[in-house]
Design a protein around this ligand. Structure first.
Ligand code: SF4
Length: 370
């Protein structure tokens, strides 16, 4: 469902723009639809008042929590079931953030990412994206939304921008606290500056080498990293927010001295933050996580050359750390890729895993400050 469909439903019950905004605000703040500062019986049309319980049920069915996995760092991974039984992952981040998914699966096919292995299964509607924020708000305050969960937001641009517009205008979330994450797509650089809500931009760079990037991100648009950085830099100048570069550190692949030199040449003097995220090892994939000391040395070296660098850990790294692993594990447990039935009670799974795999870094997933 899209936000426009929802407004249309409200209009069908006689809701004018003010009534629609009232109901949407209640939903966005995870409050009862019939509540609010003004008395609904004196404010909302009767047909709308009578329809609110049914609408509330429909909104609740858009997304509900199948299981919840608290992490040791204060984050919590949520396996979220959609109305058709498909599942996506959301992550409650420390310090009032939430990371949401924008697609079921992903077509980019990053070689180090579990989500990329399934390909794209379907797009999320803008209302399904927003519903993940509402689920988060029902659990804790949310002041920041990062679009870094399953999926490539650029491949579902209309729905993601619709969600960003609603969150930035009616949900009380600052525009720079809405973080659009992408592997880099020309449509993003064209469309983002045009919105009335301009989000911050996170760009998953991973390497400065075009040939290596084509191998690691096989179905990302073939744009030279230098051009990506130039376009991102232009967006930073328009918005006044720094670009957040994401770099999943892969041992022996993109943690070399040559890469560090190239990063310095590419980013020095730019309004940007480089987030270095040591890879979260995934069974069956050959990529390795660099040693902690090497990761720290990389961050120090870049910092010493004037590149603001943060060494970050994937949020909830102790709970099937990388994006897509939770969903994959749930599908394994169900023994098939068919969607499970709705109405399964929420399970809260403790974070201390006996078979903890001891790695961090969520390719395509959120990172929490180290
Ligand atoms: S890392 Fe992100 S863009 Fe790449 S396959 Fe995974 S979800 Fe898609």
């Amino acid at each position: 469902m899209r936000i426009d469909d929802l407004r249309q439903r409200l209009r069908a019950f006689g809701a004018g723009p003010g009534h629609q905004d009232h109901v949407l605000r209640q939903w966005l703040h995870a409050q009862p639809l019939e509540g609010g500062p003004r008395r609904p019986d004196a404010f909302l049309p009767k047909a709308l008042r009578q329809a609110l319980p049914q609408l509330a049920d429909e909104l609740a069915a858009l997304a509900h929590v199948r299981s919840e996995h608290p992490g040791a760092d204060g984050s919590a991974r949520l396996l979220v079931a959609l109305a058709d039984g498909q599942t996506v992952e959301s992550v409650l981040l420390p310090r009032d953030g939430v990371c949401v998914s924008t697609q079921v699966g992903c077509a980019v096919g990053c070689q180090f990412c579990m989500t990329g292995r399934s390909g794209l299964l379907r797009q999320l509607g803008s209302a399904e994206i927003v519903a993940q924020v509402v689920l988060a708000r029902a659990r804790r305050p949310v002041r920041k939304v990062v679009f870094m969960g399953m999926g490539e937001p650029a491949h579902n641009l209309d729905n993601v921008l619709e969600a960003i517009d609603l969150l930035g205008t009616m949900a009380g979330i600052g525009h720079k606290n809405l973080v659009f994450s992408t592997v880099g797509d020309l449509r993003v650089f064209e469309r983002l500056p045009l919105g009335r809500v301009r989000p911050a931009l996170a760009l998953s760079l991973h390497t400065t080498r075009a040939d290596l990037r084509a191998r690691l991100l096989p179905r990302a648009p073939r744009i030279d990293p230098a051009e990506l950085v130039a376009r991102a830099n232009h967006y930073a100048q328009i918005t006044g927010y720094p670009i957040q570069y994401q770099w999943t550190l892969l041992e022996g692949i993109n943690d070399t001295e040559e890469e560090l030199d190239a990063i310095v040449r590419l980013l020095r003097g730019h309004y940007a933050v480089m987030n270095m995220i040591p890879y979260n090892e995934v069974p069956g994939l050959a990529f390795r996580r660099p040693a902690r000391a090497r990761a720290a040395e990389i961050a120090r070296t870049l910092h010493g050359h004037g590149i603001l660098t943060k060494l970050r850990q994937s949020a909830g790294q102790d709970v099937d750390g990388g994006c897509g692993q939770l969903r994959a594990r749930a599908l394994d447990a169900e023994g098939a890729s068919a969607p499970a039935a709705d109405g399964v009670p929420v399970r809260v799974v403790p974070s201390a895993r006996a078979d903890r795999r001891g790695a961090a870094g969520a390719p395509g997933g959120p990172s929490a400050p180290a």
